[in-house]
Design a protein. Structure first.
Length: 225
């Protein structure tokens, strides 16, 4: 029985609501592996959002495949679930893998016919174009909001959207958290990790270390203007 890995990905909560959910992908890919007699050694799952870029599990998968030369099969739903750019495509190709794309009815490897490779290359280009177009639409939407006087993204901690007046205003529930956060950090007695723990103990909220870092960076940029 040949060893394989499964890779599943969604790019946001909207896709999870629209039938692209991780459980649906995993069920489909597991059934494909079982039907074709492949032993699934590992499953790698990435959930991307606009606020959290990068694919940690994709990198973990590459590391696992590098350590396990016997495992050469990657099962993934379709092209745009696997690649975000040409570098991803070249990296996997150089590892001499079999890429199984059940929804597209393709198996891509070094032994694939030129026609299959051509069609796969076109799909990679289309996947990349979709991502680039999505970025453009997001930027356009934020720009239009700003031109209308609407705060273009999620308001910072301690504030909330006022849709009626198209502004942001103080969130009376969360403002004390923001105030205490800056006060504690300004005291010079806290690292980001100890601040995270203190806020969790005091307010019952769990703020990511990266969020705290960006909050201070944003505040510093505003003060320097």
């Amino acid at each position: 029985m040949r060893e394989s890995v499964i890779y599943a990905r969604v790019s946001g909560k909207d896709q999870q609501r629209e039938g692209f959910s991780i459980p649906a992908q995993l069920k489909f890919l597991r059934e494909y592996g079982l039907r074709n007699g492949y032993q699934v050694s590992r499953e790698f799952i990435d959930v991307e959002t606009a606020k959290a870029t990068g694919r940690k599990q994709f990198g973990e998968m590459l590391a696992f495949l590098s350590r396990n030369p016997v495992c050469r099969i990657v099962i993934v739903e379709k092209t745009d679930r696997l690649y975000r750019n040409f570098r991803d495509c070249v990296t996997l190709e150089e590892m001499n893998l079999e890429i199984h794309l059940p929804k597209e009815g393709q198996i891509i490897s070094k032994e694939s016919k030129s026609q299959a490779k051509l069609m796969h290359g076109i799909q990679v280009v289309m996947a990349r174009n979709y991502i680039e177009n999505l970025k453009e639409e997001v930027r356009k939407g934020m720009r239009e909001k700003a031109e209308q006087g609407i705060y273009p993204s999620r308001p910072p901690l301690g504030y909330q959207n006022n849709k009626l007046e198209r502004t942001i205003e103080v969130d009376l529930r969360k403002a004390p958290i923001a105030k205490q956060m800056f006060a504690l950090y300004a005291s010079g007695q806290h690292s980001l990790m100890s601040l995270k723990k203190t806020l969790r103990d005091e307010f019952g909220v769990s703020l990511a270390k990266s969020y705290l870092q960006s909050a201070y960076s944003d505040e510093g940029n505003q003060c320097s203007r």
